[in-house]
Design a protein around this ligand. Structure first.
Ligand code: HBI
Ligand code: FE
Length: 291
């Protein structure tokens, strides 16, 4: 009986990423019914702490002039770069600031479980670290992507409220069978979002901030397309999980992002469902493109 069978017996089924042709990555037998599990900090090897430190130091050296100030100001709250942080220590600082907690999960979890955790101001952080040969790229989110990429902005009150509103919206979307539209919103903001600042365009998306190549490409390359944030346009836009993004969406502020979640999404979903999808990298006439 392999791990997956055991997991199903326990009521939590493993989850795969993207097209789902990859086997689930993570030990789901250790997950509770809400998909959370123990971090198992004592199980990390010295080599894993050293790999985390190398990932952290490489990324931290690239932040200035590319990551938004809110991220740079908060990333030090993750504690020392010398080892994988203890989730309960990060949670103590985070909870004091924005009443968010981080919880360990065995890997990707079903959308409804994911939304439920966000709605409860709990961010799921994968407990395992990539292997050394995946130093430059790992398909599934690992502890470095989730912790370094996602957690610092949860210290920003406005972004923290956006993430909870997103989770609450996700639970409604599940009932309306509109998860794909919200997944696109998540992808083009929380994972690969850019923000306009007086000093220029900066990155706030976790997928960008945890990738050395994409952090330089997204804010520095002349080939990347940068389009002003437009909620419905984003919900119509398909994305690729295995390449740099062809189009990045740029917000003016986290307040703008939070306010975008204010209206009832049901009529928006209806309009998006009726509209033609937009391919990754395709521009449409209504786009306001940054040159
Ligand atoms: N599960 N652990 C984890 N982390 C994610 O970022 C995540 C997930 N499940 C689903 C998901 N993201 C996306 O489909 C969201 O758009 C819902
Ligand atoms: Fe992520």
């Amino acid at each position: 009986m392999n791990a997956a069978d055991k997991a199903v017996n326990k009521g939590v089924a493993p989850v795969t990423y993207g097209t789902g042709d990859r086997p689930p990555r993570g030990d789901y037998t250790r997950a509770r019914a809400d998909y959370t599990c123990e971090q198992g900090w004592a199980d990390y090897s010295r080599e894993e702490h050293a790999l985390y430190r190398k990932l952290y130091e490489r990324q931290a050296a690239l932040l200035s002039g590319r990551a938004c100030d809110e991220f740079i100001d908060a990333v030090r709250q993750l504690g020392s770069a010398n080892e994988i942080p203890r989730f309960e220590v990060v949670t103590e600082a985070l909870y004091r600031k924005t009443q968010w907690q981080i919880v360990a999960v065995p890997g990707l979890i079903p959308e409804e479980a994911f939304f439920a955790l966000l709605a409860a101001r709990k961010f799921p952080v994968t407990h395992w670290l990539r292997r050394p040969e995946e130093f430059d790229y790992v398909v599934e989110p690992d502890v470095f992507h989730d912790l370094f990429g996602h957690v610092p902005l949860l210290f920003n009150p406005t972004f923290a409220d956006y993430m909870q509103a997103y989770g609450a919206g996700g639970l409604k979307a599940t009932r309306l069978k509109a998860c794909e539209y919200l997944a696109r919103l998540y992808w083009h903001t929380v994972e690969f979002g850019l923000i306009h600042t007086p000093q220029g365009i900066r990155a706030y998306g976790a997928g960008i901030l945890s990738s050395p190549g994409e952090l330089q490409y997204s804010v520095g390359s002349a080939e990347a397309q940068r389009v002003r944030f437009d909620l419905e346009r984003i919900m119509r836009t398909r994305y690729r999980i295995d390449t740099f993004q062809a189009t990045y969406f740029v917000i003016d502020s986290f307040k703008q992002l939070f306010e975008a979640t204010a209206p009832d999404f049901a009529p928006i979903y209806e309009r998006v469902r009726a509209d033609k999808e937009i391919a990754a990298g395709e521009l449409v006439p209504t786009d306001s493109v940054y040159r």
